[in-house]
Design a protein around this ligand. Structure first.
Ligand code: ATP
Ligand code: MG
Length: 772
């Protein structure tokens, strides 16, 4: 057995060994908070606590999976499997499904994602004939979302003159009406949005004492990671559930609180001592993650914040290289610099792609990075942004599946009722919607009873509606008899969706078919239990829940080796040896939207602290001289955060014409930048001679650079000339050997034994294989 207590220092061991009671661990980044939480769970289990009685709430499902893996190594996988571990949303969705009838919901309720919610709100605004420029649907959505997270129900809203007044002042007097309609429509559709998962859990625990009692008894031990970012709704759930036994352990860092804009409440940390009896407070001070330079630089930044708890963070790790600051001409150059630097570091230190991360303030910045990485043939993965499950073709398939599981799901119905086109026009859809409102039934119910209600459509249209209903019924029967994969495969084939994509014929069309194939593969994996989920049976309902709640962090397909690209918000809790923080410019980071008050600026600074403390060995900061923003090329100014780092931890660098960068030694190279703002460190002895700005000619040359042939090759589908015994490589499954080839022409398939994926049968037309 692993002696897990040995891997902890004294300060970390104390909260692990305290079995009962309320405790809070407040400590800086990289000091082992997550490790303490993990080991505490293992220790509880070692000391006779049943894993069914432990609830652990994490920031992403991926974090939960990693913790479970560590715990499995200590207590064994079969026991660790029984832990309740995951995000607030995933855990409480499971509980709500079980208790749904108490709230008047079906147990197969749909989970609306942000897109669904926004599309419904947009429809409501239109139906109410409101001005869409005043009632911007995204703003209305976030307003409703913040009400829900503050537990302000529709009823509570209308009883609160201040809120009504505030919305009226904001020239949106009908906001309450939209809120009311939205909630009713979700309910009628048997759907909960993300915020409902918390709001309804609160409702459940408040209204039904016997239910509260049941879960209080179940979750005798509760643990929460990243406690500083819990919102009010989450806070109340934790408080209610832990009220009976008060065995609660929360860990967090006020300096990493970065979700105030979404309602996270730092007071949750400050009030913890008030909420429970005899709270033990623990502090950890030693950072194990980063070099001295990184830890000290990060300390020097967070020192600038006025609102903070006093904390010490130090490290016994090496001093490491200083933080490198680089100035680039524009975002294209910035991307090329980062890609080249990653390439050189890989070569020099023999590193894997997965050891690098590029972090940015806004998703839009990823494009320049992607372009440059592709050209250098460096594999990468973007987290966040438009995720796999939000792509049109994927959402189309999923909408069919949702409709099969819950025919009242209106957003799903509207998406697919006439896709692929089957002659059901918008006028007909509107008529069905009006009838549904009138009869207080779902659109699907109206369609299923189209012979009994007169909605003013002709026989031909009626038949089209009937055909659609019959098709869905047919899938529902299949769903009762077989697993999620069979249903999804039938949907892809029988709805005409694949044929429609095939008609397209463009490379994008082919990519969309591949995405659908990838989705089917994913469902197959799920059904075969390769995707681990406690007590899963592979049903369609389970699959839908799983993907509805998968955060962008969780969608790791295979364990291939890629550079990670993500916003700083998503990077919380993670660590990478090499970290590039790009776009260090005023108005971008700190964001122009967050500089109005001290507290907003301090939140941006905490965000920078989070970014920097992700780095283990080396951090790079880059900024550009000009950048396109809102369609205009603007002069960019370096971020004040660069200036706030204690200068002794910084090396100023400048790119040279050949993209080898050397320390800046000549002040003349500052160009337009206000020199007085910056202090330079003296060049070390033996530094190369002064570098020069690239000439225009050299810049033109650089801009002409095109992707290499090698990078194109990966995109190509495999040649059909494969032979048995041949070694190949697949993006997702890794290396493999061709076992058998069958079929001809377009239907040619290969059975391949992959190192990572095991035996797979792939359609050669689609499989992106590289011959080895
Ligand atoms: P963050 O605030 O970023 O979430 P954290 O406080 O949760 O950080 P961890 O992620 O638990 O910190 O730990 C940071 C790193 O240090 C991890 O790689 C962890 O394995 C390592 N570590 C923590 N404690 C020890 C220890 N006592 N000995 C060796 N390594 C440790
Ligand atoms: Mg952590």
């Amino acid at each position: 057995m692993i002696d897990y207590l040995k891997g902890l220092n004294d300060a970390q061991r104390a909260p692990v060994l305290q079995k009962d009671g309320a405790m809070i661990v407040i400590a800086g980044a990289g000091s082992g908070k997550t490790r303490v939480l993990t080991m505490r769970i293992a220790h509880l289990m070692k000391n006779g606590v049943d894993p069914f009685n432990i609830l652990s709430l994490t920031f992403t499902n991926k974090a939960a999976k990693e913790m479970k893996k560590r715990i499995s190594e200590i207590v064994g996988a079969s026991e660790a499997k029984n832990l309740w571990m995951g995000t607030f949303h995933s855990i409480f969705a499971k509980i709500l499904r079980f208790e749904a009838d108490k709230l008047g919901y079906p147990s197969n309720f749909t989970i609306y994602d942000t897109q669904d919610s926004q599309s419904l709100i947009r429809a409501i605004i239109k139906e109410m004939h409101l001005d869409k420029d005043v009632y911007k649907y995204k703003q209305v959505y976030s307003r409703i979302s913040s009400y829900k997270n503050s537990l302000i129900t529709v009823k509570a809203y209308f009883q609160n003159p201040e809120l009504i007044e505030a919305d009226a002042m904001a020239k949106r007097p009908r906001l309450g009406d939209i809120y009311k309609e939205y909630v009713e429509r979700c309910f009628k559709a048997g759907a909960m949005d993300f915020d409902d998962l918390l709001l309804r859990t609160n409702e459940l625990l408040n209204r039904f004492p016997e239910v509260l009692n049941k879960y209080q008894n179940r979750f005798k031990y509760i643990l929460v990671d990243e406690y500083q970012d819990t919102n009010h709704s989450q806070y109340l759930i934790v408080r209610a559930l832990s009220d009976k036994f008060q065995n609660i352990c929360v860990v967090g860092d006020d300096a990493q609180s970065i979700y105030a804009f979404r309602g996270a409440n730092i007071n949750n940390i400050l009030n913890f001592q008030r909420d429970y009896d005899n709270v033990e407070m623990y502090r950890l001070e030693q950072n194990y993650r980063s070099t001295k330079n990184i830890v000290n630089a990060a300390n020097s930044i967070i020192d600038k914040n006025k609102t903070k708890l006093d904390k010490v963070v130090w490290t016994a790790n090496d001093e490491g290289p200083k933080i490198r600051v680089n100035r680039l001409i524009n975002d294209g150059e910035e991307g090329r610099f980062v890609a080249s630097s990653i390439f050189e570091n890989k070569m020099e230190h023999q590193l894997r792609n997965g050891q690098f991360a590029i972090l940015y303030r806004t998703n839009a910045q990823s494009r320049a990075m992607e372009d440059a990485l592709r050209k250098k043939d460096i594999p990468y993965r973007i987290y966040g942004g438009l995720s796999f499950y939000q792509r049109k073709e994927i959402k189309d398939v999923i909408s069919y599946l949702r409709l099969i599981a819950n025919p009242n799901d209106e957003e799903a119905l509207k998406r697919v009722i006439n896709y692929p086109t089957r002659g059901i026009g918008q006028t007909t859809i509107d008529k069905v919607a009006i009838a549904a409102n009138h009869y207080k039934r779902s659109m699907f119910e109206v369609m299923a009873n189209i012979d009994k209600v007169d909605i003013g459509v002709n026989t031909g249209t009626k038949n089209k509606l009937k055909n659609f209903v019959n098709m869905i019924h047919h899938f529902q029967i299949l769903n009762k008899e077989s697993d999620a994969f069979s249903v999804a495969e039938a949907v892809a084939k029988k709805t005409g969706l694949i044929q429609d994509l095939k008609k397209d014929g463009t490379p994008e069309g082919v990519a969309r078919i591949e995405n659908v194939e990838e989705l089917l593969n994913g469902i197959k994996d799920f059904v075969e239990g390769q995707v681990e989920l406690a007590d899963a049976t592979g049903s369609l309902a389970e699959f839908l829940e799983d993907i509805a709640l998968a955060t962008d962090m969780d969608k790791e397909v295979g364990d291939d080796d890629r550079v990670a690209l993500m916003t700083i918000h998503l990077a919380k809790g993670l660590e990478f040896p090499y970290v590039y923080i790009v776009g260090m410019e005023e108005d971008l980071f700190p964001s122009a939207m967050s500089m109005n008050t001290r507290s907003e600026l301090e939140e941006e600074r905490r965000l920078f602290y989070v970014a920097l403390t992700r780095a283990e060995k080396q951090a790079y900061l880059t900024y550009t001289q000009s950048r396109y923003r809102w369609g205009k090329l603007i002069d960019a100014e370096p971020s004040r955060f660069i200036e706030e780092i204690d200068e002794q931890y910084i090396d100023w660098m400048i790119p040279q014409d050949d993209y080898k960068y050397k320390p800046l030694v000549s002040p003349d190279l500052w160009g337009d930048v206000d020199k007085s703002k910056f202090r330079q460190t003296k060049p070390k002895k033996g530094t190369p001679p002064p570098s020069h700005k690239p000439t225009d000619e050299q810049l033109r040359k650089l801009r002409r650079l095109r992707p290499t042939d090698a990078s194109k090759e990966v995109q190509k589908a495999a040649p059909i000339s494969l032979s048995e015994g041949q070694m190949v490589e697949h993006m997702r499954f890794g290396k493999g050997k061709v076992i058998k080839i069958e079929g001809v022409g377009q239907d040619k398939k290969a059975e391949i034994d992959f190192e990572n994926g095991g035996l797979k049968k792939l359609l050669l037309r689609f499989a992106k294989l590289k011959m080895l």
